[in-house]
Design a protein around this ligand. Structure first.
Ligand code: TMP
Length: 198
């Protein structure tokens, strides 16, 4: 199965991705974990351009995220799924839909189309969306953050709204979870949702 975790920075999604990986490995399953943007040699170079580099046009940003994702799908995700392993990804297409589609104003539908082309229509079996008030998330995340995290609170609120709309739109795939709960409680919700797939 292919599972992704989504949420604003400070939502605890990376912790949950790691807990899921450990649980699956404990069950004796092969697991490949990845993070976006990155996870391949090309993807890590694109990550530097996107997160440490200068400002860029919104469609340049969306296209670079999609390029890193195309490489990750081709080099890592599809081969792992073909080997029968599980894939757990820290961010995937929904990040682009919320950050570029909604917060940057490019439009969810158009950014989705770009990503369906880049990934050859590979979407996760389940996506866990960790919902948290963006102000609280900022406080939890602590450090200054990357170029996109520094966009300010109106941008982060738009990302949060975008994510909530995605949970409504993709009800079959996206499971929204209250990120204020304890990590262990969230992890058991995640496991419960995946029991039939794992
Ligand atoms: P990270 O902090 O979870 O590694 O995410 C990197 C940053 O990139 C974060 O600020 C969210 C942003 N991002 C997008 O804007 N669009 C995307 O498609 C992805 C994957 C991340």
């Amino acid at each position: 199965m292919f599972v992704s975790f989504e949420g604003v920075d400070g939502s605890g999604k990376s912790t949950q991705a790691q807990l899921l990986r450990e649980w699956l490995e404990g069950l004796g399953r092969g697991v490949v974990a990845c993070r976006e943007p990155g996870g391949t040699a090309l993807g890590e170079r694109i990550r530097d351009l996107l997160l440490a580099g200068a400002a860029m046009a919104p469609w340049a940003e969306a296209a670079l995220f999609a390029a890193a994702r195309a490489e990750l799908v081709a080099e890592v995700i599809r081969p792992a799924l073909a080997r029968g392993e599980h894939v757990v990804c820290d961010r995937y297409v929904d990040s682009s839909l919320a950050y570029q589609g909604v917060a940057r104003g490019l439009g969810v539908e158009r950014v989705l189309q770009l990503n369906l082309i880049a990934t050859e229509a590979l979407l996760p079996d389940r996506t866990f969306l960790l919902l948290i008030d963006p102000v609280e998330a900022r406080r939890r995340a602590g450090a200054e953050g990357d170029r996109i995290e520094r966009e300010g609170s109106a941008f982060q609120h738009a990302v949060d709204r975008g994510y909530r709309d995605l949970a409504d739109r993709f009800r079959e795939r996206v499971v929204a979870v209250d990120a204020a709960r304890a990590p262990g409680a969230i992890a058991s919700i995640v496991r419960g949702e995946l029991r039939d797939l794992a």
